[in-house]
Design a protein around this ligand. Structure first.
Ligand code: ADP
Ligand code: MG
Length: 630
């Protein structure tokens, strides 16, 4: 081997997507630069957690140095800022994998989200598991010197954040852990000011469970050689609630979630008894970017056992429909060597999980009960459709979740004016069978649905469920607060019990009597296009509507499934016609068989259109409409 340095320094290209992230970071992220330090401290703290975890099985990894800590140093002359931890460190392979070559799952998502949001904000970066790269927001060169616990080989990684990085063996006595040194860009001098760094570190890291140290300031106000711990260095959730300020809770939330918004609310509890554990759960105010990206790889809940971080266990310890929750669980009873497999099928875990669900629903109840109702509506706007999944997934808490649901109704001026089912029950009319609702594909289809007419005329409120998940969800909610939920587009509507003024009732019955014969004629004309034809009690203005059997799948869902290539169970609808409508009367009076058949088709097609369907024969429909006008 030759001894020139050129031979020992290897230059490697960044994986393409990593290079894209770096390009974005160096060229367009200017706001929230403070986040950089937070991300680096967060990584250092993770590294200390990892060593403590691995050392559970192999204490020799400490090699006599069990104190885990993080030092922040800066050098105003050299314009460098360093974060130095005594954590797990990285091997050569890990350096390559974590900081360069292999695009991790977050990289692509980050790029997609950034392209979508057009909001270049450094604060977003940590959410995607690419927080390390935020260093290049304030640095034009970053060097990482690291030695993995249990190994004698140390490595140095260095890059200017362009297309490549270098890798070389680091010589000399390299302490265990990782030193990350940022060579600051011009203009980033604030990161070289002792007071500024201190205030940042304190704000972001007070709650971190490891000591964070900075140089003690001398009498001249300049940092000396001696180091002092600047944070509390006690894991936040282990402290007494009464001693923790809201600001501290919020800072901790930001640390574990990488969110830059405040949390909406939280719940901090210690459970003692058969099982002892502490939980600190947060409900975010804003959905993270990756909420939309599938349900796999769920993060957000950190499992600790006796203060030792074990793993991210959101998937094992929180149901899917609470995937927005962020927090920490610290158990005194689970074994330190607990594995994912054990978590999946452990009675203790089941019990903790049940308690976490209750706590979360408690938080939501509390926020929903706030005088400031807008706070809950804000939550609902972000996570309502996720929470709805709980109606399906969690039978044991169905009633509690149903209480938290919000929908627009026929009393809403717009789709954002939401009501709870309790509100709707409070306004039920005497003789009403239950809570009436309608599902539709979109707000306009719902609010203009002909099915609503008779109920509107009687002043009965109908819940308008216009989101895609609604039809699926409502299949699992047949009752709430002792009241059945009744889809007004399915089965018979028992309107007889509802008050109706005498004259309109009479008019309706007379009209029905007059067109009695129309039903049979329509059945013949429409054949097997419909399951049946009936005179409607639902309609007052429209000519016709489609009604399904009590257990049929909604028509817009049938279409959705078909479009996605699935076999949809085709529940054929019944056509209901309005005896008072001119078109129905005209059909009844029509003697020409060709024209009668056109009118019959028109009645069906109108009902299909109102419901949001596409017509089989749109051109034929137009011809029929035009000939009617002519
Ligand atoms: P994340 O922390 O979400 O995984 P980052 O981009 O912040 O994403 O870090 C990438 C990876 O680099 C980490 O998962 C870790 O494996 C490694 N890493 C970063 N900083 C350190 C450190 N100080 N010590 C050990 N490993 C580190
Ligand atoms: Mg990180």
């Amino acid at each position: 081997m030759s001894d020139t340095t050129a031979d020992t320094i290897e230059t490697r290209p960044f994986e393409a997507e990593v290079a894209q992230v770096l390009h974005l970071v160096t060229h367009s992220l200017y706001s929230n630069k403070d986040v950089v330090l937070r991300e680096l401290i967060s990584n250092a703290s993770d590294a200390c957690d990892k060593l403590r975890f691995e050392a559970l099985a192999d204490e020799s990894l400490y090699a006599g140095q069990a104190d885990l800590r993080i030092d922040i140093r800066f050098d105003a002359e050299a314009r460098t800022l360093s974060v130095i931890d005594t954590g797990i460190g990285m091997s050569r392979e890990e350096l390559i994998e974590n900081l360069g070559t292999i695009a991790r799952s977050g990289t692509r998502k980050f790029l997609e989200a950034m392209a979508e949001s057009q909001r270049a904000d450094a604060a977003l970066i940590g959410q995607f598991g690419v927080g390390f790269y935020s260093a290049f927001v304030i640095a034009d060169k970053v060097s990482v010197t690291t030695r993995r616990a249990g190994s004698d080989d140390a490595w140095r990684w260095e890059s200017d954040g362009a297309s490549a990085y270098t890798l070389e063996a680091a010589d000399g006595e390299v302490p265990r852990g990782t030193q990350i040194t940022l060579h600051l860009k011009g203009g980033e001098d604030e990161f070289l000011a002792a007071w500024k760094l201190r205030s940042l570190v304190q704000r972001y890291s007070d709650h971190i469970g490891f000591p964070i140290r900075m140089a003690k300031l001398g009498d001249d106000g300049k940092p000396g050689d001696e180091m002092e711990t600047v944070n509390q260095a006690a894991a936040l959730w282990t402290r007494a609630k009464s001693e923790i300020t809201d600001e501290e809770y919020q800072a901790f939330y930001k640390h574990i979630s990488h969110d830059f918004n405040d949390a909406l609310s939280w719940s901090h509890n210690r459970v003692e008894g058969n099982q002892n554990f502490t939980s600190l759960l947060f409900v975010p105010a804003k959905a993270p970017f990756d909420m939309a990206f599938g349900r796999d790889e769920r993060q957000g809940l950190k499992l600790y056992v006796k203060r030792v971080f074990i793993m991210d266990a959101a998937e094992q310890m929180l149901p899917n429909y609470l995937r927005f929750v962020r927090g920490v669980v610290d158990s005194d009873d689970l074994p330190l060597n607990v594995s994912r497999e054990i978590l999946q099928s452990n009675r203790q875990v089941e019990r903790i999980k049940g308690a976490l669900v209750k706590r979360t629903l408690d938080i939501l109840d509390r926020v929903a009960g706030d005088e400031d109702g807008s706070k809950y509506l804000g939550f609902w706007g972000e996570f309502g459709n996720v929470l709805k999944e709980g109606i399906v997934e969690d039978a044991s808490n169905r009633e509690r979740i149903a209480k938290l649901l919000r929908f627009p109704t026929t009393q809403s001026a717009n789709a954002d004016e939401l009501h709870s089912l309790d509100d709707v029950i409070g306004r039920m009319k005497l003789g009403q069978e239950g809570i009436y609702y309608l599902t539709a594909d979109g707000w306009n289809a719902a609010r203009n649905s002909p099915q609503l007419e008779a109920l509107k005329a009687r002043g009965v409120e109908v819940v308008l469920m216009h989101e895609r998940v609604d039809e699926w969800m409502i299949g699992y909610l047949s009752e709430y607060a002792g009241k059945p939920l009744k889809n007004i587009a399915k089965g018979d509507l028992k309107l007889d019990e509802l008050p109706e003024d005498e004259s309109s009732k009479q008019a309706r019955e007379e009209a029905a009597e007059q067109v009695k014969g129309a039903v049979e004629k329509l059945k013949t004309a429409l054949g097997d296009r419909v399951a049946d034809v009936k005179l409607s009690t639902r309609l007052t203005d429209s000519a016709s509507c489609l009604v399904l059997g009590e257990h049929d799948m909604a028509l817009h869902m049938q279409r959705l499934l078909k479009a996605a290539g699935h076999d949809a169970p085709a529940g054929k609808p019944t056509l209901e016609v309005n005896p008072r409508h001119a078109l129905v009367k005209r059909f009844d009076a029509e003697t020409d068989p060709g024209r009668a058949s056109d009118l019959a088709l028109l009645l069906l097609e109108q009902a299909q259109l109102a419901e949001g369907a596409q017509l089989d024969d749109p051109a034929g429909f137009l011809k029929r409409v035009n000939s009617l006008i002519g």
